[in-house]
Design a binder for this molecule. Structure first.
Ligand SMILES: Nc1nc2c(ncn2[C@@H]2O[C@H](COP(=O)(O)OP(=O)(O)OP(=O)(O)O)[C@@H](O)[C@H]2O)c(=O)[nH]1
Ligand SMILES: [Mg+2]
Length: 467
């Protein structure tokens, strides 16, 4: 529900620091705060203050002093929400924060709903919808890559791209509709081959954005990397070495890991979710079989697969396992790295021998490591970053990280597909115009030019209070 007449308030900072900030926004911000705030300099009247002023004084309930605070004054439209707003910086005692909130509410403010400040910023035209969503991502980002994508989105990179697509389509639609207006006269303002090429290029960009979602989503939530291989090859030892802690149980008994073990590591600004699994082999042990079925599941969900083998294995055995993995993931966009482990137990010649025998296609994916002695792991970390960034993530690339945007872009692409096949098959212009309008409509849903209470409700309910 949208209630822009109310003046809202909420703590904007988490419990635990030295200072808390309470945000107040809405028409009555100044008059409400004036009732509980006594400036040190008695000549100061809050209501007369310019925007971007800070005033020192007390928050009082009658004669009782609650705290000494700083009040930051923002005047519409130059505030986050675009409304008159005040930020009260007080000492971070939960008691003080509660008392100030009570006073604000007693004097006419209302407690804000989750995300209501950002929602107002959107409704007042300060930011568009995808920028509002990026605010949540910025706050949630824990790595450099997630932060840089969210930052780009918040600063409007994504919105610009979408608006560009939209205005190309609007031009196109108006030309076609102009022709329709002339009805029977059979005029053609829009050169059909030129139109087809515009639509194709717009669809191409839409499809690229759709394609970026798996990477974008992975960066936001951690890139899933699954560690697989035969029992006892050192998968759990590798997980522990990468984590630099003893997370998984390691033993010389094959079949030690029976369930799936997961943990995250940040390497070079990117978060990875490492998943250690039960060894891949045929087994009669019921519990282990369940573990192995899970391994297959995890391979399906992973972006990167680390296949761990032992250097003492024969080339044939290693090659066979590579074949099994390749077959499992054929046609899917996944990276495989083949790790030959326990190199501390073999002569260097053995490495050279294997390197010679492996097929040309796998040469780049082959790495020699010793999980136990921590050798080769730096190269492995480097290869992981390469696998993720491979000609994909450049600093100003526009990337979809949000499932709502992804779904909307799928609709856009479908509508454009219909336009293209309509043009190819000489379908009447009115039908083509409908599909173009539909694509335009969907693009508008991303930036919020077209929106419904339901969409807004869904977005802002996931925000924290005070955001
Ligand atoms: N020499 C040597 N031993 C290793 C190395 N990596 C692992 N090991 C040993 O190999 C044995 C098996 O290691 P794990 O890490 O439990 O192997 P795993 O692949 O997780 O085994 P399962 O969970 O049973 O499938 C242990 O005794 C480890 O100490 C290595 O790089 N060099
Ligand atoms: Mg294990």
């Amino acid at each position: 529900m949208i209630r822009s007449e109310e003046t809202i308030c909420a703590p904007a900072t988490a419990v635990g620091g030295a200072i808390s900030i309470i945000r107040v926004s809405g028409q009555q911000s100044f008059t409400i705060c004036e009732k509980l705030f006594i400036p040190l300099d008695k000549t100061i009247k809050l209501i007369d203050q310019k925007g971007f002023t800070i005033i020192f004084g007390n928050i009082q309930s009658g004669d009782e002093i609650i705290d000494e605070v700083l009040l930051s004054v923002f005047r519409a439209p130059r505030s986050y929400t675009g409304e008159n707003a005040v930020e009260i910086s007080c000492h971070a005692s939960p008691y003080i924060v509660r008392r100030i909130m009570e006073l604000l509410i007693k004097n006419g403010a209302t407690a804000a709903n989750p995300g209501e400040f950002t929602q107002r910023a959107f409704l007042n035209g300060q930011i568009d919808l995808s920028q509002a969503e990026a605010v949540a991502d910025i706050i949630a980002s824990t790595t450099r890559s997630a932060h840089s994508i969210a930052m780009n989105q918040m600063r409007g990179g994504f919105s610009k791209e979408i608006s560009r697509l939209r205005s190309e389509l609007l031009n196109f639609a108006s030309l076609i509709e102009l022709e329709l207006d002339f009805g029977e006269e059979d005029v053609e303002f829009a050169d059909r081959s030129k139109l087809t090429s515009i639509i194709l290029s717009v669809k191409d960009i839409a499809d690229k954005l759709i394609g970026s979602f798996s990477l974008g989503n992975a960066i936001k939530n951690g890139i899933p990397v699954v560690i697989v291989g035969k029992p006892n090859s050192g998968k759990s030892t590798l997980l522990n070495a990468l984590l630099m802690e003893d997370k998984a149980i390691v033993s010389e008994i094959p079949g030690t890991t029976r369930d799936v073990i997961e943990d995250t590591i940040v390497i070079d600004g990117i978060e990875y979710r490492f998943i250690d699994t039960a060894g891949l082999r045929e087994t009669t042990d019921v519990i282990e079989t369940m573990g192995i079925r899970k391994t297959h599941e995890k391979i399906n969900q992973a972006s990167i697969i680390l296949l761990v083998d032992e250097i003492s294995d024969s080339f044939e055995a290693i090659n066979k396992r590579i074949g099994v993995i390749r077959e499992m993931i054929s046609g899917l966009d996944k990276h495989v790295l083949i790790l030959i482990n326990k190199t501390d137990q073999a002569l260097p010649e053995k490495q050279e021998e294997l390197r010679q025998m492996i097929s040309v296609e796998e040469k780049e994916t082959l790495l020699f490591i010793s999980a136990k002695k921590n050798t080769g792991l730096d190269v492995l970390r480097l290869k992981l970053s390469e696998a993720v960034l491979k000609d994909k993530l450049k600093s100003d690339d526009v990337i979809i990280t949000n499932i709502r945007h992804y779904e909307v872009m799928l609709h856009v692409s479908e509508s454009l597909e219909r336009v293209i096949s309509g043009l190819d098959n000489n379908i009447p212009d009115d039908f083509i115009a409908i599909d173009i309008r539909q694509a335009i409509h969907y693009l508008g849903e991303i930036t919020g030019e077209i929106t419904s209470d339901e969409i807004l409700g869904n977005i802002f309910k996931n925000f924290c209070i005070g955001k």
